[in-house]
Design a protein around this ligand. Structure first.
Ligand code: KG4
Ligand code: ZN
Length: 350
């Protein structure tokens, strides 16, 4: 059957992402145009637990992966016969979740006799900047700020990354999620903290900016989270009376927490730029959707005279379009065999 999509003369890549709690598939042309980008969120399944429950996530992926792939092909007006390859995120992530995406990808690759490429989730978050920009954006300093990671990279090309620094404890998004839970705000915490902060005074509380001044490319958010916990519940051993958690107090704590987290995130990006000497900064990951972070990064980039590329909102949180990075691997012949496995904990250094 011939395809009705004018772009389908060009070969298409089917990209699959299921590393955590979003079941996602996208169709991307070789010139990196995203024809479809379908994301089935599982937020409603996990929110009452205040975080992702791995077993629930993998079962939901099993139910959703084929309809999501069908929908992505349909929205792209593409047929299976239009595909030139299958790209799938295989690291890092939840083992059961990753396995669902990889099994679907392998099955399609085997049945359709197509090449299979394996994509790193963090590298894909940064590739979202390349997709949105429509041109090569590397070399650059890369910053992935998400629920699982706060990683700074020296990106030499779309497929060559060196990890410059990471968190020694919680990731930035994890801190947003945990602080939201402490404040009784809904999951995921990032958007609800940002919303509450709109009504708050960011100077109400002076929360710690851990490592901000130490010039080493590393993050720590557990002290900030504990400072919020003690502000809300009282410091253990202290007899100071804790004020009631009124909506205004929640807003003030949320705004002060957000300001502290953003100060550190922006400060470390600036240090990475100064240390590596790149003139471009690419930012991706769920926390990059945060408006305060986006505007503070913009001001810092202007001061430093560097070009700032932040993934657009729809490519910040997990999606499969970003696994369009698979084209870079396909074009370089970096395919994987059908016995390829997932690597849940790996942060690849190339
Ligand atoms: O990239 P992502 O979808 O999944 C991971 O790879 O982890 O990121 C999810 C994280 C969550 O922690 C969520 O609270 C955070 O991104 N997030 C935000 C915002 N939107 C999502 N954090 C701060 N401000 C936001 N607007
Ligand atoms: Zn992610």
């Amino acid at each position: 059957m011939t395809s009705v999509n004018p772009d389908c003369d060009a070969p298409l890549l089917l990209a699959i992402e299921s590393s955590c709690d979003e079941t996602a598939a996208a169709v991307v042309t070789q010139n990196r145009t995203v024809l479809s980008n379908v994301v089935a969120s599982q937020t409603e399944l996990h929110e009452r637990f205040g975080g992702v429950v791995p077993e629930i996530a993998s079962r939901a992926h099993v139910e959703r992966i084929l309809p999501v792939i069908d929908q992505a092909l349909g929205e792209a007006n593409a047929q299976l016969s239009d595909l030139a390859g299958i790209s799938v995120v295989t690291e890092p992530g939840l083992v059961g979740s990753l396995l669902v995406g990889l099994t679907a990808a392998k099955t399609l690759a085997m049945v359709l006799d197509l090449p299979l490429v394996a994509v790193n989730h963090m590298e894909a978050h940064l590739y979202a900047c390349r997709l949105a920009e429509g041109r090569d954006v590397f070399p650059a300093v890369g910053f992935v700020v998400s629920g699982g990671h706060s990683n700074l990279y020296d990106c030499r090309s779309a497929v060559e990354y060196e990890l410059l620094g990471t968190t020694i404890d919680d990731a930035a998004g994890e801190a947003f999620d945990k602080v939201a839970a402490i404040l009784g705000l809904s999951y995921p915490g990032g958007p609800s903290i940002a919303k509450a902060a709109e009504q708050g005074d960011a100077t109400s509380f002076s929360f710690p900016r851990t490592f901000l001044k130490d010039n080493q490319l590393r993050f720590s958010f557990s002290g900030l989270k504990t400072a919020v916990l003690y502000e809300v519940n009282g410091t253990p051993g202290s007899h100071r009376e804790v004020p009631p958690l009124t909506p205004q107090r929640v807003a003030n704590i949320a705004a002060s927490f957000q300001a502290a987290a953003v100060d550190v995130l922006v400060g470390k990006c600036q240090q990475a730029i100064e240390q590596i000497g790149r003139d471009r900064l690419c930012v991706g990951g769920g926390v990059a959707a945060n408006h305060l972070l986006r505007s503070e990064l913009q001001q810092m980039a202007e001061r430093q005279g560097v070009e700032l590329l932040i993934a657009p909102q729809e490519y910040c949180t997990d999606n499969a379009a970003m696994a369009g990075l698979g084209w870079e691997l396909l074009e370089r012949g970096q395919t994987v065999a059908l016995d390829f496995d997932v690597t849940p904990g790996l942060v690849r250094k190339r």
